[in-house]
Design a protein around this ligand. Structure first.
Ligand code: ADP
Ligand code: ZN
Length: 633
């Protein structure tokens, strides 16, 4: 059998998939033939199969270098579920466990061995490998070799030793980081031999990008989760540890299963929370960016940002953790003037070099441009990574085209109001006060300074306060208004604002969309109104599954989900390792009548069919009985 047939067979038999995705076939073929490769693929693109299949197809054991010990066990568990002989070596394991894994390796009983880089580099481990036939080395999260990236790991530099010691063993480096500089670094530092470079499209079509204005972030978040993702897994990113804690608490008070994660928590709590997030269905993780690398939970249904990330790279990496299973998912962010001010302040006040500040400012501005654009978000994102595309139809701007309006007059009113109250008083004021003057509000502060006598008092009564905040934010972004980050966020004009005041420049603004955050569910490609797993479990046990065709698919899906949770608990593995949501969804849709038909469903490999086939067919048979109004057994 040639290599290609063999790869297709493993794909079908072991993993239960009918087709390769993207360039998987070429990558796998190249490795089986003994070549080195560098693979750049977005999160969820399907990197794992690129080394798992060649490891199974080639003689010997495949070594997977992965920096994330906490997740190794889950990866191995998922492989065991599919009947693959896999093991791991890391510092979280007991001595007897380590010895047993080493014995299996020596006895040729493993097809895949996951190893942390620091462990791999020990003489003990290297000499173990010396005595085993090796199929390949896969270096996951390979961007960790880059000293400029934020995930730098010094051990990764030493992985170059593999090139000398195991010159004839093919190596594949994989990452979801796209930029050209890192690409070169990975090839050089890992000493890949004439690697073939595979760059996949970075588009994630199932993710819907949505960016709205911040008004009351907690309430907006709550509304978003309740309306669109009740009982589902998601990640909420916040900038500070304090806001992580507060947000998690406020969600819990509202009955949402939320957990906090940040570097200030002790490691046991952190690991415990991460574990629960991965294993249980429907947990919301509220976290700083300390959370996320290597989290390969496939059914994260949303990633929400309550604070602005620092760059488009950061935003893309974080939002990329949603929807790895290919089902619809949301990337949802709210942002406001305060975010812009805060991020600029962090750059200004950092100790870094002028060069670094310049780069950081450029990156932040690119992100702000993404926030304020009235064009397709995805086109803009992909363009940033050098990829051309056309409007996607799956972002807020495509679905609900925001209006642009000529804000020149409004900008002039705002700018002159800032100038007038400064010159009348001798010092500057913040946003709230300036907007009060524009709207003609006689607040105590307005009267205290006699600002009701300014010529700009009341000239902006035609716009709501929220609209003025939106105008101001956009002017700040355009650097037409400066916010003093040191003192009380006082506003002042910039050199460029004169041009606007003199009428030499037209200002096009994005119209504030009220609650642009929430869209009716009917617009979604897949209706995901769901009962929670807990409700489904109850229905499963008391047989009260409602009949009716609209509901059948949904109910069946929930019933299968509840069954999956039970199985996962019994086996002590994450639910998704039993079956992915996408597989359960397909089963609910196709309702196979026999194990033979079940075999055709994506994600049902030989071992899983053997293990769970008859149980699933039984669940389907029971649901059919109920549907036709006959008593369930
Ligand atoms: P990455 O490591 O690139 O983030 P994974 O390897 O975890 O992505 O794959 C993402 C998801 O896609 C997984 O749920 C995986 O099972 C699924 N997948 C990968 N390749 C295929 C394929 N050829 N057909 C169907 N599903 C696939
Ligand atoms: Zn779009």
């Amino acid at each position: 059998m040639d290599a290609e047939d063999q790869a297709s067979r493993v794909l079908r038999e072991v993993f239960g998939y009918s087709q390769f995705r993207g360039e998987q076939r070429e990558i796998i073929g190249h490795l089986i033939a003994g070549g080195d490769a560098l693979v750049l693929m977005p999160t969820g693109g399907g990197k794992s199969l690129c080394y798992q299949i060649p490891a199974l197809a080639r003689q010997g054991m495949g070594i997977v270098v992965s920096p994330l010990i906490a997740l190794m066990q889950d990866q191995v568990a998922a492989l065991h579920e599919a009947g693959v002989r896999a093991g791991a070596l890391n510092s979280a394991m007991s001595w007897p466990q380590v010895q047993e894994t080493e014995r299996q390796a020596r006895a040729g009983e493993l097809d895949l061995l996951y190893v942390a880089p620091e462990r791999l580099l020990t003489e003990r481990c290297l000499s173990l490998l010396d005595r085993c036939p090796l199929a390949l080395f896969a270096i996951d999260e390979a961007h960790c070799v880059s000293q400029w990236g934020h995930d730098f790991r010094p051990e990764y530099l030493q992985l170059a030793v593999l090139a000398e010691r195991y010159g004839s063993v093919p190596r594949i480096a994989l990452t979801a980081t796209a930029d050209i500089l890192t690409r070169k670094e990975m090839i050089e530092r890992l000493r890949l031999r004439e690697p073939k470079v595979f760059v996949a499209s970075f588009d994630r079509p199932n993710i819907r990008y949505r960016i709205a204005e911040k008004d009351n972030p907690r309430r907006q978040l709550l509304r978003f989760i309740r309306a669109e993702h009740p009982g589902e897994s998601g990640i909420v990113y916040c900038l500070s540890r304090a806001s992580v804690e507060d947000t998690a608490e406020s969600l819990v008070r509202e009955g949402i299963d939320a957990l906090p994660y940040h570097a200030g928590l002790d490691s046991a709590t952190r690991e415990g929370n991460q574990r629960r997030f991965i294993r249980d269905d429907g947990i919301v993780m509220v976290a700083t960016i300390a959370f996320g690398m290597g989290i390969d939970k496939p059914d994260v249904r949303f990633v929400a940002h309550l604070d602005l990330p620092k760059s488009i790279e950061g935003y893309y990496q974080e939002t990329g953790r949603a929807g790895r299973d290919g089902l619809p998912a949301d990337a949802w962010m709210v942002y406001g003037l305060q975010d812009v001010v805060q991020q600029r302040r962090m750059i200004d006040q950092s100790e870094a070099s002028a060069e670094y500040k310049r780069v950081a400012t450029g990156k932040l501005d690119a992100l702000l441009g993404l926030c304020e654009t009235t064009q397709c978000r995805r086109v803009r994102l992909l363009d940033y990574f050098g990829e051309q595309s056309t409007p996607c139809g799956n972002c807020d701007n495509c679905l609900d085209r925001p209006q642009e309006w000529d804000g020149t007059v409004a900008a002039q009113k705002l700018l002159s109001c800032i100038a007038r109250c400064r010159s009348a008083t001798g010092f500057g004021f913040g946003a709230q006060h300036v907007i009060d003057i524009l709207r003609g509000n006689r607040t105590a502060k307005v009267e205290q300074f006699g600002h009701e006598r300014l010529s700009t008092f009341g000239i902006g009564a035609d716009l709501e306060a929220a609209q003025w905040r939106s105008v101001l934010r956009q002017l700040v972004m355009l650097r037409l208004v400066q916010v003093d980050t040191e003192r009380y966020s006082v506003l002042s004009l910039t050199a460029a604002s004169r041009e606007v005041l003199r009428g030499e420049r037209t200002i096009l603004l994005r119209r504030a969309v009220d609650g642009g955050a929430v869209r009716p569910a009917s617009r979604r490609p897949v209706d995901r109104t769901r009962v929670t797993a807990a409700q489904a479990a109850r229905m499963l046990s008391d047989g009260s599954v409602p009949a009716g065709d609209d509901n059948t698919h949904q109910t069946l899906f929930e019933t299968l989900r509840a069954w999956r949770l039970q199985v996962a608990r019994e086996h002590g593995v994450p639910a998704y390792t039993v079956f992915h949501d996408s597989t359960l969804e397909e089963i609910a849709r196709r309702r196979p009548g026999s194990t033979e038909e079940l075999r055709a469903v994506n994600g049902v490999g030989a071992v899983k069919l053997e293990r769970y086939g008859s149980e699933i067919i039984e669940i389907l048979a029971q649901s059919r009985l109920r549907r036709f109004g006959q008593p369930a057994r």
